[in-house]
Design a protein around this ligand. Sequence first.
Ligand SMILES: [Zn+2]
Length: 101
Amino acid sequence: MGTSTCRITDMGVGMCSCHPPAPPIPVIGMLITGAATVTDDMFMTSRVTDIIIHMCGHPSLMITGSTLVEKEAFASSRIADLYVGCVIGLTITGSPLVLDE
Ligand SMILES: [Zn+2]
């Protein structure tokens, strides 16, 4: 089987800890970087090390991905893969057509 792969414009949800003294706040983000030469469903595909930016303005970095599928030498990120930075969260949308193990 596999899980839907993530691409530029796919979304994530997480908690941002970079607004002290406020406690962590829930935020939504969008992937803004991806492979220069690999597209899935017409969008540049995203991988470990690609960046997601959140509505509060803070970015995070994808840190988990497929153990089997690489795109431009980085593991392919899929729905429910994790990212860290100011925001710790996971991706929630992906390609309706392309699944990666
Ligand atoms: Zn923030």
